[in-house]
Ligand binder design. Sequence first.
Ligand SMILES: N[C@@H](CCC(=O)N[C@@H](CS)C(=O)NCC(=O)O)C(=O)O
Length: 214
Amino acid sequence: MKLYNSNLSPYATRVRMQLYLKGINAELVAVPAGGSHTPEYAKINPLEKIPTLDDNGFYLPESSAIGEYIEDTHPTPSLRPTDAKERAKMRVVFNIADQYILTPLFELFEQTNPKTRDAKIVDEQITALAKALSGLEHFISGNKYAIGQTATLADCALVPSLFFVNAIGPAFGQTTLMGSKTKAYWAAIQADPAVTKIVTEMGTALAEYMKQNA
Ligand SMILES: N[C@@H](CCC(=O)N[C@@H](CS)C(=O)NCC(=O)O)C(=O)O
């Protein structure tokens, strides 16, 4: 199995985290020279986004579909709770991370330079992010894993999203966006070796990006 990957992409990172948690030895490859908007990559992924999974010529885009496909094809250890209610909560948390947290973060990422920032956009997006993080508090346990006692796909989506909350928030004077359960969760999940690896990889990739775009 091969994953077209970027260590900075929160979408690719959730799949990498899943691979690490499950002990799957997939080949991590960069998109071809020229990036995701090349005819060569568009043949692999017509949406021209990262990540793409290549399972022996079966090319799959969209991190959420990839995550479910890996669970279906490599069921052990499972990253999906067996209980229907827990599984549903896992999907809610996944969606909160995927849409409600990442969407404002991407907008804010464009506004990090204080000289060119648009105060109205910043205000709106900080409000949206705070609302998303407040909503998250209702669904997670506040323990080491978001849902239940073991890692699930919810953690794979949350870890890269919360990494960016910590990385971007302070640029806007926001250091207390996470609620108490989310803060406790974030501190506790750092003890998982897969998370240590992910946070290190993302930190290195972000520092490299900042250096190149300074
Ligand atoms: N919904 C997609 C989103 C993927 C996505 O937006 N990836 C970004 C990297 S963080 C990308 O490829 N951006 C390139 C572009 O939009 O041109 C998923 O979950 O895989």
